[in-house]
Design a protein around this ligand. Structure first.
Ligand code: SF4
Length: 350
């Protein structure tokens, strides 16, 4: 046992979370899925997605056999879609190379797409009870405050220092509960703002508590000017149908369905000629709709409406140029498509 685990485990026994959906049947598949969903996402947001996901894909092989489209549809709204693409890719590798059994070796786990050291550690410790330290956002915050670790945790040197602390403080016994307890302490007590130090089992060891420097740790990411982008969403409509297109597999919202988009309306006419052999002026309805924050930039979305009248030649020309990745979709069938949350909300509110 270690100084931290001696104090933390009794606290966990009384206050830890023990009935989260992925704790009910904590096998490697469910732990892995929950860990990926919980990256950059709150537990309360993840719970309904997790339940729906395991209802549709109860085993790893079910997930591997599903179409990427279906997986993305289940992920739509959770954001950071590379997570879903990697999850699907990794499931196919496990099905094909490991007979559907998630490996229990840290190097093999970390060789799978989307699994870093902390996720691998969570799978090994929470599903199998193996000694394996973790360092997710909650654990980083607790350790950085306990030991007043300076530097932004995204920096390699700071990460190294935090991993060293995680390794030395993780006990060799009862790792499953210790790792869960560290995550719970970060989520419930050592919160980002207003940590509840008076209820913390580790306050007697905590340097930030001693010197009242909690708000200085972990140190914030150095600020850079965030770039701002703007794009036009093109709403082609015809008889209660909208034209959707599947986005390229990589990049923002990769593989999801969305409206075609352009950086500038000056490109619209040429784009229509190139893509569909038709040229139509947009209607007067051009609206600025939404500002959306991504990790590295802000995006403003504007909408331009391009209606097609019944039986027009332009409609027939456009329809003749459609491919598998572009479809007319009836308004009431939007839910069948995995759409990025901001685009889905624009369409639902039209
Ligand atoms: S005493 Fe306060 S700052 Fe220190 S670990 Fe506990 S909650 Fe976090």
């Amino acid at each position: 046992m270690t100084a931290i685990s001696n104090l933390l485990l009794p606290w966990f026994e009384r206050h830890g979370r023990k009935d989260l959906p992925w704790q009910i049947q904590p096998d490697a598949y469910r732990i892995w899925l929950s860990e990926i969903m919980l990256q950059q996402t709150q537990v309360a947001t993840v719970i309904p997605y997790f339940k729906k996901f395991v209802a549709s894909f109860p085993t790893l092989v079910d997930l591997a056999n599903a179409r990427l489209d279906e997986v993305l549809q289940h992920w739509a709204g959770l954001g950071y879609y590379a997570r879903a693409r990697n999850l699907h890719k990794a499931a196919m590798i496990v099905r094909d190379e490991y007979q559907g059994e998630i490996p229990s070796d840290i190097d093999l786990l970390m060789a799978l797409p989307g699994i870093g050291r902390s996720t691998a550690g969570a799978i090994l410790s929470l599903a199998h009870g193996h000694y394996a330290p973790i360092l997710d956002g909650n654990v980083k915050r607790v350790l950085a405050r306990l030991y007043q670790v300076s530097g932004w945790p995204g920096k390699t040197a700071t990460q190294k220092q935090l991993w060293k602390l995680a390794e030395t403080q993780t006990p060799s016994e009862d790792v499953r509960h210790y790792n869960q307890a560290m995550m719970d302490l970060g989520a419930l007590v050592c919160r980002r703002t207003q940590p509840k130090c008076e209820h913390c089992p580790l306050s007697s060891l905590c340097q930030s508590f001693l010197y009242q420097t909690q708000s200085q740790y972990p140190q914030a990411k150095p600020q850079k000017n965030r770039p701002h982008k703007h794009c036009w969403l093109l709403l082609h409509s015809h008889n209660n149908h909208w034209l959707l297109e599947r986005r390229p597999p990589k990049g923002i919202w990769g593989g999801l369905w969305s409206l075609p988009e352009l950086e500038s309306l000056d490109l619209l006419q040429q784009w229509q000629v190139d893509e569909f052999g038709v040229s139509l002026s947009p209607s007067a309805k051009q609206e600025k709709l939404l500002r959306h924050k991504f990790t590295h930039f802000d995006l403003t979305l504007s909408l331009v409406h391009i209606p097609f009248s019944e039986n027009s030649t332009a409609y027939a020309d456009l329809t003749a140029h459609l491919t598998d990745n572009r479809r007319w979709v009836r308004r009431d069938q939007l839910d069948r498509y995995g759409l990025p949350a901001p685009v889905a909300s624009i369409l639902r509110n039209l």
